[in-house]
Design a protein. Structure first.
Lengths: 248, 248
């Protein structure tokens, strides 16, 4: 994979259908990129990948560092990912800016990278954030439990207060026509600077300006699950409304 | 690209929206595969790629061989493709079978390659066909004319009679959840053995058994148009009904 190409394993529709018993080895994922997000087997927690390091953000608030060597036991849910997106991130625009909302970030990135309305974009923010709301799914109660169902008993954390929390936001913008394959719009995960908390970013503001790094993506490598009965049997209908609700 | 990986340039939704003024150089397409299908700039005719050779099947019934060197003039519509799918085809199942319809072929391929319900498949048939119905689009009357509109004045040819016509069918099955990106289901093009006629396959039967070659695909490389204003401005909404009608 060259820089700023996207590698994606499986599709979001498969998570919606609860396909999460098997997956790609974390070591293979890291061979394809050093920046990204995803989840772990049985959707236990949220995955964020910063500078080649993989973190698992659990619903009890704990964060584990996942090294490929520590997760080789086939019984370890962290050994494989049923869905992830990674890139070798090489920002083409680096700047500083303040954001009042996810929508504000969306509009700002669009103006930083004109001509990318129908493309993927890699995004990274570093700085201090306030009113961060992040959710973390706790894992499937049973095989094939879908992401929408998991969402009903997810944990949502809020980091409020004007002093804010230092941390990093990483993620991808996916074009509208890829809804179901990826998550249309901005799909972002947050992790605190001390790597002690974080999750799937629902809403946020910044405290003053943060560092903003973005790059457009024109090539996507999509790897589909192989020898995976759950994936083969899933209906995988594009549930646009469900995805918006689960990943919004 | 390794064998049995799919390389696709642009998305079917873009053709539906009439995005066809620019495209990928044919030489770049051939660097990514030797078996496939697509169209040419301004959607002039149907493209079929057999054993690394590119043919343009026009609506007047003529077939042109397109070599990368013969199509380097920027004014030549055959210089670039606004949409194509190619692979380095290495069949994993080779057999002989008779087919009564496209649906019969679909069901047969499913049983030849179990476990591929949600995957792409490469398909090639060689033999004698009867009641072949193939359509060929004649090209855009104006920029941004969409594929559904072009379909209204496409040419449909029928090769009837029991003696049939010898030729080759090449194409891909795409999973249902990729509708709009690719064409869900079997998307096949036909060319006669004498390379004098052919088009987008609408319906067919075989005369006795034909040679059948298939392979499953688990990795897809999707390259999106870059610096292409038409693509950037297109809405690219998944028009499922329109695609089924235009590509059925």
């Amino acid at each position: 994979m060259s820089v700023n190409e996207l590698f994606q394993y499986s599709v979001v529709s498969a998570l919606m259908d609860g396909v999460a018993s098997k997956g790609l080895p974390i070591s293979t994922l890291l061979a394809n990129g050093n920046h990204g997000l995803g989840t772990f087997r049985h959707m236990v927690g949220e995955m964020i990948i910063l500078d080649g390091k993989v973190y698992q953000m659990n619903s009890d608030g704990s964060v584990a560092t996942v090294s490929p060597s520590s997760s080789t036991s086939p019984d370890d849910d962290r050994a494989v990912t049923p869905f992830a997106m990674v890139t070798r991130f090489s920002p083409t625009v680096t700047t500083r800016a303040a954001f009042q909302s996810k929508q504000h970030l969306f509009d700002s990135v669009s103006s930083l990278l004109p001509g990318t309305r129908n493309n993927y974009i890699s995004i990274r923010l570093d700085g201090t954030f306030k009113n961060v709301k992040a959710r973390t799914v706790g894992g499937q109660a049973h095989p094939r439990e879908g992401l929408a169902e998991l969402g009903k008993h997810q944990t949502t954390r809020e980091f409020a207060g004007d002093e804010g929390i230092r941390g990093t936001v990483i993620g991808f913008r996916s074009p509208a026509f890829m809804q179901g394959i990826s998550v249309a719009g901005d799909h972002l995960h947050f992790i605190s600077e001390d790597r002690k908390t974080g999750g799937h970013l629902l809403s946020f503001e910044t405290v003053g300006e943060v560092e903003v790094k973005v790059a457009g993506i024109w090539k996507v490598v999509l790897e589909l699950p192989r020898d995976d009965e759950e994936f083969d049997q899933a209906k995988l209908e594009a549930d646009r409304e469900g995805i918006e609700k689960a990943e919004g």
